[in-house]
Design a protein around this ligand. Sequence first.
Ligand code: C5P
Length: 216
Amino acid sequence: EHLVIAIDGPSGSGKSSVSKAVARTLKAAYLDTGAMYRAVTYAVLASGADLSDDAAVAQAVREADLQISTDPDAELVVIAGQDVTTAIREPRITENVSAVATNLDARAELVRRQREIIAAHPRIVAEGRDITTVVAPQAPARILLTASEEARMRRRGLELGGTQSQEQLATQVLARDKKDSTVVNFTQAADGVITVDSSDLDFEQTVAAVLDAAGF
Ligand code: C5P
């Protein structure tokens, strides 16, 4: 039997760290689809394609030579043989990723690659924005991990080392989600998707709640 746990949610919901912990607990693989969007954004920028040219962006995404680790204990993202694991977290990527994520042809290409990766692993936790609805709507466990805006901005602030103002955090967290939600709906659970609200849960409690929602 193919164990697929699909987890969607906005930035700052704790999705990545929680999904990794769930994968470790279940000895499953882990797929960070946000890292794939970031990696192809890196490739698009490197290609020199004009970000406002939809066809050029889609073409650069289809040509992107991307490899991503599915080991929850070994994060690794490679573009054209180059380790871009840390580079894809830089502000220039975060600022431009929506231009790729709102390109429907680019999304179709990434969804295709994500389904291939999911099919290649007997047990996998896949997280993103459209996993429960588009990439793996047939997954046996589908979870929407949410948190209040306040909790999400606090967490993202801690992640970034507490150096950002409230205003910068609002731009990074809320503005990006607003842009993202124009193409994918991850603010409301689709039919059959279980919502886990982590606002008042600590990390361990959130992991336990997600495992419980997944039937473990
Ligand atoms: O999860 P993370 O914040 O790293 O994702 C980066 C960006 O990738 C998001 O802001 C969104 O634009 C895009 N994304 C997406 N669909 C996914 C995962 C990420 O559109 N399944």
